[in-house]
Structure formats: C-alpha cells, structure tokens
Design a protein around this ligand. Structure first.
Ligand code: CUK
Ligand code: CUA
Length: 764
C-alpha cells in the first residue's frame, strides 16, 4: 500500500502538480469554476456553507423523526441532514437483528394484540424524556397509531426496550408526549371504539363507543413503563387528536383536541354522506382539558373502574370530581401546542385560516368560577370560546402544527393548504414572516422547540409531497424534509432531504452534546433487558450442551473467528445459539447468520444475543459473520451440520488440506518476528506520548493489548508444537499468532494517527 502511495506521489511531482498550490494547479477548480460548472448562485453557496458539515466533523443537533408506516424511527443530524440510523421499533429490522434474535423477538412479542404478532406500526410522534421541561436525552417514546401502542427507546444504545399495548383503545394519535419530569407518557385515542374487544353495532355509537386518554407511568430507574400504575380517563366518542402536557403554570393539566365531535358514523355505501362531510358540519369541535394530577390521585383513592385489567376513570367520575372540561376550538383542528412558558395553548383548525391562542389563566378563571357555556351530551362542562381566547391570528389556509422559537412570543405554524410556514407573534397576535415550502407541510420542528427552552436556529418542514423535487424513482415518492434557517428575521430555505422509509409525521431535535450513547456493552450483555445475559460466554468456555431437549450452543465471536466453528446436531433438534461478542473495540460489530434459518444476529461489542430454531431437516448449513469486520472477515465462518436421525459416521478421517513443513513454519516465524518489531516501534511511539489524555486512544490501547495477549497465547501453542516438531500445527498456530499481531498493529497505527492529528505531546 505504502509503495503504491509513494509511486502515485512521484508521478504527480513528475507531472508538475504542486501539492501546496491547489487552486491554481492544472485540474484543480476554483470556487468560481465550480459555481459556473454547476450553475450555483451566491445564495446556493451560502445555503451550502450553512448546512455543510466537513468530513470528520459532527452535527450540532440530532433529530429523531417518526418513520411513519415503516414502524421505525429515523435519526439524522442537523444541519447536515445526514441520516445516522433507523432505529427498529415496531417492525423487524435485520441489520440490528431486531426481530431475528430471541431477545428482540421478546420485545416485539410485548406488542402482540389479542395474541397476534403485529409486525407493522404507524409511528407518528416521538417524544424525548424531559427533566424540568428540558430535554435530558435519556429516553424516547413513540406511538403507533394503527395499533394503539407506545414504545420506549433507551438513548443509551438507541434500542427499543419495551412496547406497551393500550388495553382499551383500537387506535391512537395524541401520543407520545411527556410530563415535564417524564412521570407520565400520554397516549390519546383517535377513532372511537368500544373499550371491550367484542362486536358493538354502530347504532350504539353514542352510548358504547368511547375515546380516552391514557397516562402511562414511566419509571426512570428501570427505564420502563409500569402498566399497573398507569390509568386512562374516559372521553366522549369525539375522535380525539393531538395532545400536549401543560408546563409551568399549566403543569398538572393535559390538553387533547378532537375532530368530529358531531359523532358522525359515516356509511357512504349505505347512502349516507361520507365521514368528511358529516364530521365537519359544526363550526367548532372541542379540546379536552384533563387535570391529570388529580386524576392520578383519584386512581390512588380507588375511584377508577377496572376495564380489561386497566384503571379507567369514567366520564361520570370525571364530571363529579371536576377534572374534565371541554373547550370549543375551530373545526377539524389539528395541532395542540402549549407555549414554552405554559401560559398558552395554541390550536389550529385545518378548515380555518386562524390559529387560536387560549389563555390558561382565562381557562382556569372560568373553571374556578364554574362559568360554563353549557354541557355536552355526557354532562361534561363546556367553557366559552370567546372568554377563554387570548387572541386569534390569521396565519394562512390550513394551519396545522405550531413550534416555538428561542425568541419570546415567536412561533411557527405549518400551513398545509398554502404550503407555507408562517412565523408569528402569539403575544401580540401578528404575522412576522412567511416562507413557501414544497409541498403541503404537515408537522414542523424547531430545535428543542416543544421544550421549555426552545433553541431556535433551524426549522425542519416535514412535507407530505415531494412531487418534482428529486430525481424520479417511480410512482411512490420519497418524503421531503426541508431545512430552514430561522436565526434571522427572514426565514431562509437551505436544503431538501429525501426520506425514503415511510411518512414521518412528527420529529424532535436535541442538542447533540446532550446525548451520551455508549460505545460498548458490559461483557455478555442482554441489551434488550439491560442485564447480563444468562447465556454470556467467556473466551475459552465455549461449549455445546444438551438440556431439556434443546441443544444450547454457547459461542463467541472475535476478529476473525466464530467459536465453535463446527456445530453438530440431529435432525429434529431444537437449537439455541448464544453468541457473545468478545470485542471491546469501538465499532467492532460482528454479525451471525445461518443459511435457511432466518437467523441474523447483530453483535455489537460486549453483546450476547441468541437465536432459537428447529433443525427441521438434515443438511449442511454454513454460517458466517455478516459485518465486514477485518481483513479476514470472509474467513469468519462455520458449519452447522444437521445429521439424519441415527446417522453413524462411516467415512474415514478426511484429508487435512495443505500439509506444512518445517520450511513453512520457519517462513511464518520469521514474518512474525519482523511484525513484532513494527508493533514494538508503534508501542514505543504511543507510550512516549501523553496518550492517556485521549480517551479514544486509551480504548484503542486496551483493545491492542487484548489482541497481543491473544497473540501470546497462539505463539505459545505454536512453540509447543514446534518443540514436538509437529510442523503442521506449529505452522497453523504461527499463522493465528500473526493474525493477532496484524490486528494489534492496525489498532496501534490508528492510535498513532489519532495522536498525530490531535496534537499529542512527547512526555519521555
Ligand atoms: S399528525 Cu401527521 S401531519 Cu399524526 Cu401529528 Cu399532523
Ligand atoms: Cu466478524 Cu466479519
């Protein structure tokens, strides 16, 4: 490699390419040249400079976008808009082994509905855990609209740890949103349905169909939702929509809007007007105000009813206890966004051109004075619209969602029909700026824009249609997230990012430095349950064990081999393979896949994962590592041999392949001694510097030391065979010794490069 590199260099010099004179040299373009060739304007260059993150550098914010119908979560950086990860949540995802190893199958199984595996989810709203209303970067929650479920993702490793199924709903939408200290995660229903699981005719819609809002109790210590401590508040069948928790003065309350408070049931095929007509007749719908803190006390006091084994506060109880109120809102509303100071609730009507700013003070004044405008058919008090409004602002046609700026009173609302973002002042009630987007924006997101400390800077417009923005890829278009600079008075469109996974609805973005993900697991870790795996295996302790009719394989992976390399079972056996990745080095993930079995494990450093399957038929099943982990990755392989029942070995001992002589051994030995000299020089270089001041280098040195210990073991074996003049085994072990040396050298060189690039000092 080195030799080729210097040849190229010589060639360049000979041809007169000055390396330092870039820009004037032949073939090197100037910025002007590039702008001319690619037809770029000054504005384009400015936008590029605002989004470009140079090679090796990182983004300022990390966005978590729902993955829509993919049932996953999309993680990308802002401002570069580079996709970093798809986190599997409700849907199997083979790269992460999600749904392909036993541990994650158990997580997916938590999401079964009436005993049925549900491997699809429609994710809408991610929420990052908060402490005192500020994103803390520890957990993320996301809902599944189609199958009313909430998932918990631990941001320590970006893995889904838990799925809870709503025990009374048949769909949800107003989730996930968290209380300012993440005590509860909210999930509100969407399409009303009977709480019980049986059939109820639509004629009984008003009496038997119900909406609800569920408050899932979250235990931060265990990092899990506690279903037994969770509860729901029964709501009328009004098609509840988005929700938000109060904060500051409104902490203790939650707000959930609704559409179709007409309780229309459709039936176009029965000659009735369709849902869309029947559900938008009245001028207003209602948002629901729930005093959740008091509701929690009612549950503790035993005032909840048990439905499907779940605590439900009925509407009668809510009315009697004064914890539920209705507030008229513009018809077919969508967003429900509480201002950062908790004083205002902003709602937009999709069929109206105004945002409605409600004053929490005024709402509480009406509630405290029992000043009601009326009651709904279920006896729930209705507050007066005019008396509870702070202001109404004409922002454009089809306003949906609102997000907040770091500047006081400044909000941004997505305008679906006009395809715009409107920047406006909700204190003064005036429009400040508008920008066109492409096309039909749904949600929008500012940096930490739904926390108590929004950071402004960037806004992402989550557009529903891409139409002509990208190279065509067939009738199904990618989604388009547009990045907008909101740091100045005028908004500036910077970048279009296609998202080809599903239709993202909401997204949240957190300052990157608040996230502290790990780079390895404690050794032998079951990441899904966050504990040491019962199947962890240490190096040298690999074994195959038959127990209770199951063949358990306790294996390990480390560059560049899988142990065991041969697994023999009998036709009809149930096989449970447990693999532990012994690596400590950053990013040294191994995969483990077996032919024809639907097994693929992702083994990040330290992880133990299992796969259980039935060896249904006799045959030969190669297995291998699915991550290109080292120069000898292809050799990271093995055979699962499934023998027919009653098979007797008859064939003679097979041939060994190549036979090695003393000359082969001597040659390998000489190479190893030379390699060791290189390693020694690198070690001397590193230890002569203040490498301990650089955490990544310390980790690399640890890893290299591991490899050198393995090398010493292999050398010992090689020496022993050499002493017995068994040149075959002496040569093979000398080869293995060299493998470890090469890995150690590679790691050492990476450490040396890091030290050189980061200004390490000579200390001795
Ligand atoms: S929703 Cu899709 S654009 Cu589910 Cu929050 Cu508004
Ligand atoms: Cu391990 Cu490839």
């Amino acid at each position: 490699m080195k030799r080729i590199g210097s040849k190229v260099l010589m060639l360049c010099t000979a041809m007169g390419f000055g390396l330092s004179a870039a820009g004037t040299a032949l073939g090197a373009e100037t910025l002007d040249d590039v702008m001319k060739r690619r037809g770029l304007t000054d504005k384009d260059i400015l936008a590029a400079a605002k989004t470009y993150v140079p090679t090796g550098k990182r983004d300022e914010y990390i966005a978590f976008s729902s993955g829509g119908q993919s049932g996953q979560l999309i993680v990308y950086g802002i401002p570069s808009m580079r996709i970093l990860k798809y986190v599997a949540v409700f849907t199997p995802e083979p790269w992460q082994g999600y749904g392909f190893d036993d541990e994650s199958k158990a997580v997916l199984a938590q999401g079964r509905i009436n005993g049925k595996d549900i491997n699809f989810g429609d994710t809408h709203h991610p929420a990052i855990s908060e402490t005192n209303g500020v994103y803390d970067g520890q957990f993320l929650f996301i809902n599944d609209k189609n199958n009313p479920r909430i998932a918990v993702v631990d941001l320590h490793d970006f893995e889904t740890k838990q799925i809870v199924v709503n025990p009374i709903m048949k769909s949800d939408h107003g989730g996930a949103f968290v209380t300012p200290n993440t005590e509860y995660v909210i999930e509100a229903s969407q399409y009303a349905a009977p709480f019980e699981n049986g059939f109820v005719p639509l004629e009984q819609f008003n009496e038997k169909y119900r909406g609800a809002v569920t408050y899932w109790k979250f235990n931060r210590e265990t990092g899990r939702i506690v279903p037994e401590e969770s509860f729901s508040v029964e709501l009328p069948p009004y098609s509840q929509d988005l929700s938000d928790f109060g904060k500051g003065p409104s902490d203790g309350w939650s707000f959930t809007n609704s559409f179709c408070s007409e309780r229309y049931v459709g039936g176009i095929e029965r000659g009735r007007p369709p849902f869309e007509a029947g559900c938008s007749q009245k001028d207003t719908d209602f948002f629901h105000m729930v005093n959740w803190r008091k509701a929690a006390e009612l549950v503790k006091a035993g005032k909840a009813k048990q439905i499907n084994g779940h605590n439900v506060i009925t509407m009668d109880t809510s009315v009697a206890e004064g914890i539920l109120f209705l507030v008229p809102e513009p018809k077919s509303p969508h967003g429900m966004d509480v201002s950062p100071d908790g004083k205002f609730m902003i709602v937009s009507g999709k069929l109206d051109s105004h945002t409605y700013v409600y004053s929490f003070d005024k709402l509480m004044g009406l509630i405290n004075a029992k000043d009601y405008a009326g009651k709904d058919p279920y006896g729930i008090p209705i507050l007066d619209l005019k008396k509870s409004l702070h202001t109404q602002v004409q922002v454009g046609l089809g306003p949906l969602h609102t997000q907040y700026d770091s500047k006081p009173c400044v909000a941004y609302t997505s305008i679906y029909v006009d395809s715009q973002v409107t920047k406006w002042d909700y204190c003064e009630g005036k429009v400040l700026d508008k920008i066109s987007i492409h096309y039909n924006i749904g949600h929008l997101m500012t940096m930490e824009g739904d926390s108590v400390t929004p950071q402004g800077k960037y806004l992402v417009s989550l557009n529903k249609l891409a139409i002509d923005r990208f190279n065509p890829v067939g009738p199904l278009h990618p989604q388009n997230h547009q990045l907008i600079d909101i740091s100045g008075d005028k908004m500036q469109l910077l970048y279009d990012m296609p998202l080809p996974l599903g239709e993202p609805h909401y997204a949240v973005a957190i300052a990157a430095d608040k996230l502290k993900p790990g780079i390895r697991y404690k050794s032998g870790w079951n990441s899904r349950e966050d504990k040491r795996s019962a199947f962890r295996t240490r190096p040298g302790r690999e074994k195959v064990e038959r127990k209770d009719g199951v063949v358990h394989v306790y294996g390990t992976t480390i560059r560049s081999h899988i142990t065991p390399e041969i697994i023999e079972v009998e036709e009809g056996d149930t096989v449970s393979v447990h693999m532990t990745n012994l690596e400590r080095a950053e990013d040294e993930t191994h995969g483990f896949a077996i032919y024809g079995t639907n097994v693929n494990l992702s083994l990040e450093p330290g992880k133990t994962a299992s796969a259980t399957f039935k060896a249904e038929r006799a045959g030969v099943f190669p297995y291998y590592c699915t991550e290109f982990c080292s120069a000898l990755h292809l050799e990271m392989q093995g055979y699962l041999l499934v023998k027919p029942k009653g098979y007797q070995a008859t064939a003679a001992k097979g041939a060994e392949g190549t036979v090695y002589s003393k000359a082969d051994y001597d040659k390998q030995h000489k190479t190893n001694v030379e390699t060791q000299a290189v390693i020694d020089s690198v070690v001397a270089y590193i230890t002569a510097r203040n490498y301990q001041d650089f955490a990544p280098v310390v980790a690399l040195v640890e890893d290299a030391t591991d490899q050198l210990n393995f090398a010493a073991d292999a050398k010992k074996k090689s020496d022993e065979f050499a002493a017995k003049e068994d040149w075959q085994n002496a040569t093979l072990w000398a080869g293995q010794w060299w493998q470890y040396q090469v890995k150690a050298a590679d790691i050492g060189l990476r450490a040396k490069t890091f030290l050189d690039q980061n200004g390490a000092k000579v200390v001795k």
